[in-house]
Design a protein around this ligand. Structure first.
Ligand code: 3HC
Length: 311
């Protein structure tokens, strides 16, 4: 019976069909999906902090409204993804606890500070640009609820990327000081954006299995290369330089050659020693504690409703 279930699972994956919540799946498939989708959800929620930092200081009402909409979108993306983990039997409160206790990860990129308003534009351009490179293939991930969440999220991500690039184009046609702000923010965010795609394939313990299960459709290095190829022309159009002296078009490969990210820095950020790790988790913990009364009130109300319905 188990062999039959394993064969059916393998046939479904090989046929590029979707695994749905009620289908049998290997425990390890379930576990790595909960790990990846939970960390994706945590990234969306933590990602609200660096940008949220500028909502009260946006330079115009239009920029404030756009930023407010984007940060609200990230919260929604987090909720879709937590809902996807619940179809695998995960418990949202448990995942939040694991995030706050540092037992589950969120994307390294959100451990860097947003020092000027140009960071808001560069995050839209580079961070959401990288997220799009990583998330479009995930629309074809083998687990149904995750793929469907991705389709909805990718639509909103393209707005995030375009508003960021448009913000930078505006600043680049501004004063010399504004142009310098854009270049300085680009210098700070370029390499951390490349690290968003994960370690090199040779150092990625999960990629091979995730590719075999068609959870991942491309490897970390393939998506990183795709992002570089897509972004270099955008930097040229913007009029900024990317902080990589080894960056050059390689006609034989048909791709840009580029330098090596600082993987020691990446490991440090993952170990919790990035510039903002402690601040991001403390903020999340405080928000969770401040919201305890809402959760208590909601469950007390639900209990009363249930008692009334039962009476
Ligand atoms: N930040 C934090 N941890 C990372 C990481 C990063 N950038 N890249 C890799 N890691 C961790 C992995 O989680 C894994 O640790 P674990 O086994 O304890 O979970 C370890 O480093 C080894 O990496 P692997 O490549 O073997 O791990 P994965 O196969 O999970 O690949 C990934 C990592 C490419 C990030 C993959 O998990 C993925 O594609 N996740 C979905 C996309 C996602 O999470 N994006 C977050 C970007 S932020 C965002 O989308 C918000 C947007 O609105 C800006």
């Amino acid at each position: 019976a188990l062999a039959a279930l394993e064969q059916r699972f393998a046939r479904t994956i090989a046929a590029d069909h979707r695994i749905e919540p009620r289908d049998w799946m290997p425990d390890a498939y379930r576990r790595t999906l909960i790990r990846q989708i939970a960390q994706h959800a945590h990234s969306e929620i933590i990602g609200m902090q660096p940008e949220g930092n500028w909502i009260s200081r946006a330079p115009s009402l239009r920029r404030k409204a756009i930023l407010l909409a984007k940060v609200q979108d990230e919260a929604g993306h987090g909720l879709y993804l937590y809902a996807a983990t619940e179809t695998l039997g995960a418990d949202r409160a448990d995942l939040t606890r694991k995030l706050i206790e540092g037992r589950q990860r969120y994307s390294s990129i959100f451990n860097y500070p947003t020092l000027t308003f140009a960071d808001v534009g560069v995050i839209g351009w580079l961070v959401d640009g990288a997220a799009i490179c990583n998330q479009v293939p995930l629309c074809r991930t083998s687990y149904g609820p995750y793929a469907r969440a991705m389709i909805r999220i990718c639509k909103e991500e393209s707005f995030h990327q375009r508003q960021g690039y448009e913000l930078l184009l505006t600043m680049m046609s501004g004063t010399e000081q504004q142009r310098r702000m854009v270049q300085e923010a680009t210098d700070r965010w370029w390499w951390p954006a490349l690290m968003m795609f994960g370690p090199p394939d040779a150092d990625s313990p999960n990629t091979a299995q995730s590719m075999a299960w068609r959870i991942k459709r491309d490897t970390n290095d393939e998506l990183r290369q795709k992002f570089v190829d897509m972004t270099v022309p955008q930097a040229e159009k913007l009029g900024v330089t990317l902080p990589d002296p080894e960056l050059r078009w390689n006609p034989e490969r048909g791709h840009y050659d580029f330098g090596t990210p600082d993987w020691a820095e990446f490991k440090q950020v993952l170990a919790g020693n990035g510039p903002c790790n402690a601040q991001r988790l403390a903020h999340r913990r405080r928000a969770h504690e401040d919201g305890a009364w809402v959760r208590e009130a909601a469950s007390a109300y639900a209990a009363k409703q249930a008692a009334r319905a039962a009476a």
